[in-house]
Design a protein around this ligand. Structure first.
Ligand SMILES: Nc1ncnc2c1ncn2[C@@H]1O[C@H](COP(=O)(O)OP(=O)(O)OP(=O)(O)O)[C@@H](O)[C@H]1O
Length: 279
């Protein structure tokens, strides 16, 4: 049974990779639930299984045990209703930016006509600040611009869920912050459920409604922070006392996950009381 008010649900998910040296346990009884149209960021130590989690949610892989549900349906195969963007945008050089953005329309069944999809692509290009770049080739764009185009491509077919696996990780700090604001613009215009994998705690607090901290491998959801910043967020909010306190809590939880601190060493003014652990 699943609670269909959640867009993404993982229940008791355990997974190990088969390797020459034997099974490598990666996830251990992981539980997670992401409500529809909300934004969930996942942080955790390097190698704890964050990308593995995205493969399970997108249906590219099935867990050894436990269940993954998307919008009340059990995931058993790759799901076209999931859009994805990665650290490396991988745009096809022999196609224009517009043609790259329209690529998912050639793969995924959609009620949109070609004309409607093209109109939508131009609208998305406007939204992400790439007006006038539709006919350019990827090599004519900067890294940040390519990532903006990749974001347009990942939502052109109106996916139920957008999975972002460190999409801003390779960008310089200012471009990254610009793209965070673009993400807010996109979600204001067109709400969608988002699962973001990131190593950047500020990014998680600025973008997400909830931040899940994964434990060390084999990982479970060690800690969940509800980000309770009121109203439309601005970058200045990240320097206010609420965000700073949340960042201290997250940093501490990462240290716990890395085995460098214990729960008892929590920072004095932390957000533990407003959070729920999901162990
Ligand atoms: N196909 C695979 N076969 C065997 N082992 C794998 C496979 N994919 C990942 N792993 C291993 O599983 C563990 C988790 O990998 P994963 O990429 O999910 O971690 P991650 O948290 O996303 O890492 P990072 O933060 O460094 O990006 C790592 O030890 C990795 O080497």
């Amino acid at each position: 049974m699943t609670n269909s008010s959640y867009m993404i649900e993982l229940r008791d998910v355990t997974h190990a990779y088969k390797t020459k040296a034997g099974p490598l346990p990666v996830l251990d009884r992981l539980d997670m639930a992401v409500p529809e149209n909300s934004f969930c960021a996942v942080v955790g130590p390097s190698g704890c299984g964050k990308s593995t989690l995205t493969r399970l949610v997108s249906g590219l892989m099935r867990p050894n045990t436990g269940e993954v549900w998307l919008h009340g349906k059990k995931v058993t195969s790759p799901r076209p209703t999931v859009g994805m963007a990665f650290q490396n945008p991988v745009l096809l050089e022999w196609r224009t930016i517009l043609q790259n953005i329209l690529l998912p329309m050639e793969i995924v069944k959609s009620p949109m006509s070609k004309a409607q999809a093209t109109e939508r692509a131009h609208h998305l290009l406007d939204l992400v600040g790439l007006t006038g770049f539709a006919e350019k080739r990827p090599s004519e764009l900067s890294g940040g611009m390519r990532q903006r185009a990749s974001l347009c491509r990942s939502i052109i077919h109106k996916p139920d869920v957008l999975i972002l696996d460190e999409p801003f990780g390779a960008l310089d700090a200012f471009t990254r912050e610009d793209l965070w604001c673009t993400m807010h613009d996109l979600r204001r215009e067109e709400p969608f459920t988002c699962l973001l994998i990131t190593h950047d705690l500020r990014e998680s607090v600025f973008l997400a409604d909830q931040v899940v901290v994964m434990s060390g491998r084999p990982a479970h959801a060690q800690f969940v922070l509800d980000v309770d910043l009121p109203g439309p967020r601005t970058l200045d909010d990240l320097y206010g006392p609420r965000a700073v306190s949340m960042l201290a809590t997250l940093r501490h939880q990462i240290q716990v996950a890395q085995g460098r601190a214990t729960e008892g060493d929590a920072p004095a003014d932390d957000h533990t009381e407003r959070t729920r652990a999901q162990a």
